[in-house]
Design a binder for this molecule. Structure first.
Ligand code: HEM
Length: 411
């Protein structure tokens, strides 16, 4: 490969890296301020803005995520929607989110997770790798012939949609419809308190999506490929619909943001030849991108019973936000934490969470990110394409790009 065609030309100087990340630093500024507040207040501090506890240090964050009997996931959507309790749209949402993989604690969570592992085993996630690479290569080739395109929509979003459709077993031509519904549901958790119109649209989306999955679950979803006689499957039919919907939604939303970040790093020239061609360097790069950007910024729980486990008295029912982003920038764990350092070796980042709810799709997410690095890295000539405009999406829950308009350089 000619180095001119490579995305990077050897490792860039660290300060050059941080300079070219300028537009993303809003989230780092936010984690810095959370860290400062936590330093003043102990292991958890009360945020009047969020009306919730915030945990911003690495050790306490993991302690919360690993302790579902004190920090429960049950009814967490209910807490989020408490403001609009008597609205029928809220009732509809609560009936969907009353239970489920994400809303359960052990031992019920174990029942859901066993079923999820059965339908989406790690071995299956790895089996799809060659297909993911092929799809990604096709999208990249197509993209690079265009004079102007939004690479976020046409690579990150498209790949995330195609892969999760493949994995869940739905027709990719239905993806646009599902993605529109998911957009409303994602909006629900994008800000600490969703507006009434967001709640209404999300309720409508949940109803339509349930009908869609309900109609398909007997014919073409992955559950048909699984052995339904197995004792692992203890979910009722509606629970199965909720499970597959949840995997589709989770498997589209966070990854599209992460893929957009990987593309951003590539067009900024931060993907070196080693990252493109060497597995270990690529793994370190992906881990550092996960740590530095933390595409899912927070995980949230409720206090199950009054506790002083994190210092102050936390009351039963209180909402607790665990800042994964801030924990991933904890200076007691990560050297020079606010510096993007793709060669970082000690990197126990928690972008995929920890404990019983640790991300089901972490392996798949790495495969998709790796596919973009390999496909784009082999093909992109940075002297032939330039960034026309970038728009960051930097909500309370997610960090990624909203738009990445690229254009071909005319010579
Ligand atoms: C870079 C991309 C991704 C990131 C950063 C991410 C992050 C996370 C995090 C932080 C959690 C735990 C939340 C909590 O503890 O409350 C989680 C859970 C989950 N993720 Fe991911 N995720 C990604 C991609 C995916 C993909 C591709 C899938 C699709 C298979 C997926 C499926 C899930 C599911 C089903 C859960 C719920 C697990 C449970 O509650 O037991 N994720 N993810």
């Amino acid at each position: 490969m000619k180095s001119q065609r490579a995305v990077g030309h050897g490792p860039p100087h660290p300060s050059a890296i941080d300079d070219s990340l300028d537009v993303s630093l809003r989230s780092v500024a936010r984690v810095r301020s959370l860290r400062r507040l936590q330093a003043q207040s102990g292991q958890a501090f009360w945020s009047t803005d969020l009306n919730a506890w915030v945990v911003a240090k690495y050790g306490p964050a993991i302690a919360v995520l690993r302790n579902p009997s004190t920090f429960t996931s049950a009814r967490r959507f209910e807490t989020l929607l408490a403001k609009a309790k008597y609205d029928p749209a809220v009732a509809r949402l609560l009936s969907h989110y009353g239970a489920g993989l994400v809303q359960a604690d052990p031992p019920d969570h174990t029942r859901w997770r066993s079923a999820a592992n059965h339908y989406y085993p790690q071995a299956y996630m790895r089996e799809v790798e060659p297909t993911v690479n092929e799809i990604c290569a096709r999208f990249c080739e197509d993209l690079l012939t265009k004079d102007q395109a939004d690479w976020n929509a046409e690579l990150a979003d498209k790949l995330a949609g195609a892969v999760i459709s493949l994995v869940v077993g739905i027709d990719v031509t239905d993806c646009a419809r599902l993605v529109k519904w998911i957009g409303w549901i994602a909006q629900l958790v994008s800000e600490p308190l969703p507006s009434d119109s967001t709640v209404r649209e999300a309720a409508k989306a949940v109803t339509e999506m349930e009908a869609y999955f309900g109609a398909r679950s007997k014919t073409d979803l992955r559950l048909l490929h699984a052995d339904l006689s197995t004792s692992v499957i203890t979910l009722a039919p509606r629970e199965l619909v909720v499970l597959h919907m949840g995997v589709f939604a989770a498997g589209y939303t966070a990854i599209r943001h992460f893929l957009s970040i990987v593309i951003f790093l590539a067009v900024r020239g931060l993907v070196s030849d080693a990252v493109v061609f060497e597995d270990a360097a690529r793994r370190r790069f992906i881990d550092e991108a996960l740590r530095y950007f933390s595409p899912v910024q927070v995980a949230w729980r409720r206090v199950a019973a009054d506790t002083r486990m994190l210092g102050p008295l936390m009351h039963q029912g209180d909402l607790v936000y665990v800042s994964l982003a801030s924990a991933n920038h904890d200076p007691d764990v990560f050297a020079d934490p606010d510096r993007f350092c793709p060669e970082r070796v000690h990197n126990p980042q928690i972008a995929f969470g920890r404990g019983p709810h640790t991300c089901l799709g972490a392996a798949l997410a790495r495969i998709e990110a790796g596919a973009i690095i390999a496909s784009l890295g082999r093909r992109l000539d940075l002297s032939a394409h330039r960034v026309a405009s970038i728009e960051w999406l930097n909500t309370f829950h997610y960090v990624g790009l909203a738009r990445l308009n690229m254009e071909r350089v005319t010579r």
